[in-house]
Design a protein around this ligand. Structure first.
Ligand code: SF4
Length: 682
């Protein structure tokens, strides 16, 4: 029939870390349809609205498909030869003036594993700098750090199939119904079938309404809450003594450290009932196996890593590690946020999230050249360094720091210190628009071959659905061509993405058994998978931990955030996403999804709205100590009094003008979830 696609190509949804397989229909060389894959173990024949209708960005009229160079403040069309030469010259100039510390690479959780592998190799070999990071820094870096320091592996312990095996589900600081809808639907199905659910979220989300216990802590008080749950579990003799004795160390010091965290003390700080903390702790400790998920509501805090560690402690206390249906499982935001850092786009880690010092030798052998000593600067520190004049040139791939980093006024001031900012992207991002000097148009996720790694460690094949539009090129091609011009081309000559992946497999034993050919034959595989005959690993730590049989508890101390409300700034602003858009909405706002949610909104409790004489749709000026933005009000009792919530998708609203400079003490991840603000009818 007229209108039906000519062909269907199977690939992976370009949005969240759930990693749903999707069949893309192509007609006349354009993508016209997306349909779910019945056999997918992840999505089981479903797609959310983003996967189903969010592909139109590929043919958006403002997509940039030819290179550009900015001359005298004006973007001018250029040939690839001219643009690559300009980019290479700018990087060489920065290196000659300031050495390897004057250049850095920001890579993308939207790029494939192979592209991220090449991006870190480009930074380390072509530029000789340790300064390479990716946008996992502004979301789940604390998950990798917290799980890594507790269990020895910074990835989800279990897989989505375990949702159907868990006797209890706990969701901490995540709203999967909107942000990971297929995972959210699987959780809801189990809850409707009678599985108890604990939700920790300051907002009364759709999932919270189904919860057996909904704990709504004041933003910034996750740690007291989780410590108090540990105190109840230990105090009431609910811990798994056999597990603690066989597989952990340091329980005595840990028990002493949480003793003062009575439910009453925590409840007072969190603004919730002590009895609810007890109920949650008892449910979590007694219904086995218990499976915990968490999101950015746990990580994007000054103590994001400590929050993840505290959740991991609860799993250890109750023996919920190494069992099907248990564990601690970060819900990853972007489709390859697991893969980007895992492939070495991390200033202190090489491929496989292996520590620099421990993995330099294997990389030197495989690469035929030594990676530089580190650690390098993280994404935020690189931009700080630009403001201080130390960082002179940045290569930014699929990442819009101006729109997505907090404290945007300071970010802008710092980016202004760069002499060159080379952008590899599909669109003129806010960063490119304001500060770009060379623009290299990238192929989209539908225009290349490779793999992504979803939130349950499953490596899956990304396939080219349509050829790169216009003159755009894949990140891999761009990096190789830049490397040639910097005299490092010999390290970047690969016939295809499979060959890049094969090199990465030689540097990281956990993926050695996963080839592109196997993925094409069998479908996705969860690492660790050390040999071609290995079936993959759905549950981590069943046999032991990477650093030995036992892991150690780490006593944690809570530090209240200085972003406390006061007479001048009496509200606590929380930020997050909605169902229809994705992060800076670079892709989603160029699709039909825009019709479903055209603008960001400020959720505000009806009592607060009344106090400010606000009704639905009124503009509200939201001002913090750092900056201000204006959004329309949406009064709702989903949020608590005093705790408004803003979505942050659009450049028009620019919500990150108001978020502050606070960062997680371990990873530097910004404190997006806690900002003291005042509100005024705009
Ligand atoms: Fe895509 Fe995530 Fe939706 Fe699946 S749940 S279709 S991966 S956005």
């Amino acid at each position: 029939a007229q209108g039906l696609p000519d062909r269907w190509i199977r690939t992976i949804c370009p949005y969240c870390g759930t990693g749903c397989e999707v069949d893309m229909g192509v007609k006349g060389g354009r993508i016209t349809e997306a349909r779910p894959v019945l056999s997918s173990p992840v999505s089981q024949g479903h797609l959310c609205v983003k996967g189903r209708y969010g592909f139109g960005f590929n043919d958006a009229p403002d997509r940039i498909t030819e290179p550009m160079i900015r001359r005298n403040g004006v973007w001018e069309a250029a040939t690839w030869e001219e643009a690559l030469a300009a980019a290479a010259a700018a990087l060489r100039q920065a290196l000659s003036v300031g050495g390897p510390d004057a250049v850095g690479v920001l890579a993308s959780s939207r790029a494939t594993n192979e592209e991220n592998y090449l991006a870190q190799k480009f930074a380390r070999l072509a530029l000789g700098t340790p300064h390479v990071d990716c946008c996992a820094r502004v979301c789940h870096a604390p998950s990798a750090a917290g799980l890594g320091q507790t269990f020895g592996t910074g990835a989800a312990t279990n897989g989505y199939a375990d949702i159907e095996r868990a006797a209890l589900l706990m969701v901490v600081g995540a709203n999967p119904t909107e942000n990971h809808p297929i995972v959210g639907a699987r959780i809801r199905q189990r809850v409707r079938a009678g599985v108890p659910l604990i939700v920790v979220d300051p907002r009364r989300t759709e999932l919270a309404e189904l919860a057996t216990v909904h704990l709504a802590p004041r933003p910034g008080t996750n740690l007291p809450l989780l410590q108090a749950m540990a105190q109840v579990i230990l105090g009431e003799g609910l811990a798994d003594g056999a597990f603690l004795a066989a597989r952990t160390e340091g329980i005595e010091a840990f028990a002493a450290s949480v003793q003062a965290w009575t439910p009453e003390r925590a409840a007072d700080l969190c603004g919730i009932e002590a009895e609810d903390i007890r109920r949650a702790a008892r449910l979590y400790a007694t219904l086995r196996p218990a499976m915990a998920f968490h999101g950015l509501g746990l990580t994007e805090h000054r103590q994001g890593t400590d929050g993840v560690t505290a959740l991991a402690h609860l799993a250890l206390l109750t023996g919920n590690v190494g069992l099907p249906g248990s564990g601690v499982n970060p819900l990853r935001g972007q489709n390859n946020v697991q893969g980007s850092a895992q492939m070495g786009c991390e200033p202190s880690r090489l491929t496989g999230y292996q520590k620099l010092a421990e993995a330099r030798e294997i990389h030197a052998q495989v690469w035929g050249a030594e990676p530089p000593q580190g650690p390098g600067l993280n994404a935020l520190e690189m931009i700080d360094a630009a403001g201080e004049g130390r960082m002179k040139a940045l290569l930014v791939i699929g990442y819009d720091p101006l729109l997505s980093h907090p404290n945007a006024l300071e970010t802008a001031e710092n980016l202004n210190g760069l002499e060159a900012l080379i952008v590899v992207d599909l669109f003129l991002t806010e960063t490119a628009r304001a500060f770009g000097t060379v623009f290299l148009p990238a192929a989209s996720p539908f225009e290349k071959e490779g793999t992504y790694m979803n939130g349950e460690r499953r490596v899956q094949r990304v396939r080219q659905v349509v050829p790169p539009r216009g003159g755009s090129r894949t990140d891999g091609t761009i990096l190789s061509q830049l490397a040639e011009r910097l005299g490092a081309g010999s390290h970047f000559r690969f016939p295809d993405a499979a060959a890049v992946w094969d090199e990465a497999r030689r540097t990281w034993p956990a993926i050695a058994g996963i080839s592109h050919a196997r993925l094409d034959r069998e479908g996705g595989v969860q690492w660790p998978c050390p040999t071609e005959g290995h079936p993959g690993t759905p549950v981590l730590h069943a046999e032991g931990f990477p650093r030995g049989e036992r892991v150690r508890f780490r006593p944690l101390a809570w530090q209240p955030s200085p972003e406390a409300p006061d007479a001048e700034y009496p509200f606590l602003l929380n930020t997050g996403r909605n169902l229809f858009h994705f992060n800076a909405a670079t892709m989603t706002r160029r699709t039909r999804l825009r019709e479903l949610a055209a603008e960001d909104l400020l959720e505000i409790h009806p009592a607060d709205a009344e106090g400010l004489a606000l009704t639905e749709g009124d503009p509200v000026r939201v001002e913090s100590r750092h900056g201000a933005f204006i959004l329309r009000a949406h009064p709702t009792d989903r949020v608590r009094p005093g705790e408004p919530f803003a979505t942050f998708h659009s450049a028009a609203a620019f919500v990150n003008r108001a978020t502050g400079p606070g960062r997680d003490a371990v990873t530097g991840t910004p404190e997006y979830k806690v900002t003291a603000v005042r509100l005024q009818k705009g």
